[in-house]
Structure formats: structure tokens, C-alpha cells
Design a protein around this ligand. Structure first.
Ligand code: 13P
Length: 273
């Protein structure tokens, strides 16, 4: 049985106002808290909720105040390339300290809608690490018809470009790993389409990234049209786990029952046979 930790992240994107994010967090904490208590093995398991920037503080305080036993944390969906200072409207990573232990960096929607280049993604990684937070680096191809090898090469190159840019911004690969870097493979063609990648593709990407980076322990998550019905397939069984370490869930995480079902499926994969 693998001892790898499983991480399940809800990315709520810009779907809900903060009041509704708090209500959703409450429902999820009630469902997930029970599931975690039932297994008794929460240390091999992590659940993070990524609300909008406005929802971070109220959701984090709700979880701490009312559901400390559920062990659910928050993650930021993004942080700025800028440091703290005279940068109107920015959210520097250092301001997330004490609120969100982890930050999503390089989501394809940021790359697409805000023109975030690999250089920007690497600079953000460096800021997140300098703040003492853990980066969740999103990577993904926009090649729906490609062969697996082409896809793997694309994602490896995208990852290498982000690492090189982080290095130029003063953050080495060793520092990224020491900060608790998690990679998330989110193929652009699978996000919000109802058409997830196959487990075979996601596993090939996970293995490719680990061998390219010489880091067998790198956690790799999958994201893109994950839903409750398909959740068990991403983990395998307790005796034969897949190469994946968790899921980054968009649309389905906006429904407490669907997200809790995904968490339960993940828990089932970590329970002793
Ligand atoms: P969907 O689960 O809605 O496809 O979104 C995935 C995603 O982008 C998570 O970051």
C-alpha cells in the first residue's frame, strides 16, 4: 500500500459571492468532517477549499472556529507577481500568510485570460515560496488529439519553463520542493467540458514530471471535469493505487454533496484493504 498523501482541492473560481462560499464551506465541512472521523486516518489526507480572494478570510475563519476537527484548510486561487507595496488591487503572497497555507499558481484560466506567461508563473512561484507558502503549480496542454508522448513532452517543457523563471526570480528547484510544491495536471481541453482526460494520460504526465525533475515524491494531482461518479477511478484501490496524488475539482466542488462524494471516494482508496 502506498503511503503517499492524498490531496483534494475545491477550486471555486469566481462563481460565488463570499456569503455563499461560507455557506458551502459549512456544508462541506459537515460532510467531510464525518467522513474523516470515520476513517481515522486524516494524516494521509488533505482537503483544501480555494474560495475567491474575498472569501478567503471568512471561509478560513469559519473552518478554524467551527470545524477545527475537520482539518480542512484554505488555498488561494492566485497571488500577485508584485511584492507588498504601492500596487493598487494586487494581493501579494506575503499577505496570505496566516490565512492560506497554499496558493494555486499558473491556472490555465489565468494564463488564458490574463496573459500569464511562464515567466510570470515562475515569478509568482518565487513570491509564494518566499512568503513561506506551498505552491500548487497548474500545468496543462491544449492538445486534445495528441499522442500521450507529445502531451508529456509539452507539460514537461511547461514545467521546466516555470522552474527556470522561478530560478531567475531567486527561487531554486530545491526551494520549491522544500516549500511543499504540488503539481496539478489540468489539460485545457478537459476543464469544464465534461470530458476528463483518461487515467492513463494523467498517470503518464505524473510519471513524466517526476522523472524529468528527478523527484519521485512530487505530488501530482489531476483536474478537469472530475465528478463524483468518476472519482474512484483516479485513485485505484488501497492495494493498487494510481500514480496520482489527488484531484483539483472545479464545477463539482460547487455542490457540497458532489464534492463530499469525491472526498469519500478518495478516502476509500486510502483505507486498508
Ligand atoms: P472543472 O472541474 O470544472 O473541469 O474545473 C477544473 C479546474 O479548472 C480546477 O482548477
Amino acid at each position: 500500500m502506498s503511503s503517499r498523501q492524498i490531496t483534494i482541492i475545491a477550486n471555486w473560481k469566481a462563481n460565488l459571492p463570499p456569503s455563499e462560499e461560507v455557506a458551502l464551506a459549512k456544508e462541506i465541512a459537515e460532510g467531510v468532517g464525518g467522513a474523516l472521523q470515520a476513517t481515522g486516518s486524516p494524516s494521509s489526507f488533505r482537503v483544501l477549499l480555494a474560495p475567491s480572494a474575498l472569501g478567503l478570510v471568512p471561509v478560513a475563519s469559519l473552518l478554524r472556529r467551527e470545524y477545527p476537527q475537520a482539518g480542512i484548510e484554505v488555498a488561494a486561487q492566485d497571488s500577485s507577481l508584485s511584492s507588498a507595496g504601492a500596487f493598487t488591487g494586487e494581493i501579494p503572497a506575503v499577505h496570505l500568510v496566516g490565512i492560506a497555507p497554499a496558493v494555486i499558481v499558473g491556472h490555465s484560466e489565468r494564463r488564458r485570460d490574463h496573459g500569464e506567461s511562464d515567466e510570470v508563473v515562475g515569478g509568482k512561484l518565487a513570491r509564494v515560496v518566499a512568503a513561506g507558502l506551498a505552491p500548487i503549480l497548474c500545468l496543462g496542454d491544449d492538445l486534445p488529439e495528441a499522442e500521450i508522448a507529445t502531451r508529456v513532452a509539452y507539460v514537461e517543457a511547461q514545467c521546466a519553463a516555470a522552474f527556470a523563471a522561478a530560478e531567475r526570480a531567486g527561487c531554486s528547484a530545491d526551494q520549491l520542493f522544500a516549500a511543499g510544491l504540488v503539481a496539478a495536471y489540468e489539460p485545457v481541453w478537459a476543464i469544464g467540458t465534461g470530458n476528463p482526460a483518461s487515467v492513463e494520460i494523467a498517470e503518464a504526465i505524473a510519471s513524466g514530471l517526476r522523472s524529468a525533475l528527478h523527484r519521485n515524491e512530487l505530488p501530482v494531482l489531476y483536474g478537469g471535469s472530475v465528478d463524483a461518479a468518476s472519482a474512484p477511478t483516479w485513485f485505484g484501490t488501497p492495494t493498487r493505487r494510481t500514480a496520482l496524488d489527488g484531484l483539483l475539482v472545479g464545477g463539482a466542488s460547487l455542490h457540497a454533496d458532489r464534492f463530499v462524494a469525491i472526498v469519500r471516494a478518495a478516502l476509500a482508496a486510502t483505507e486498508p484493504a
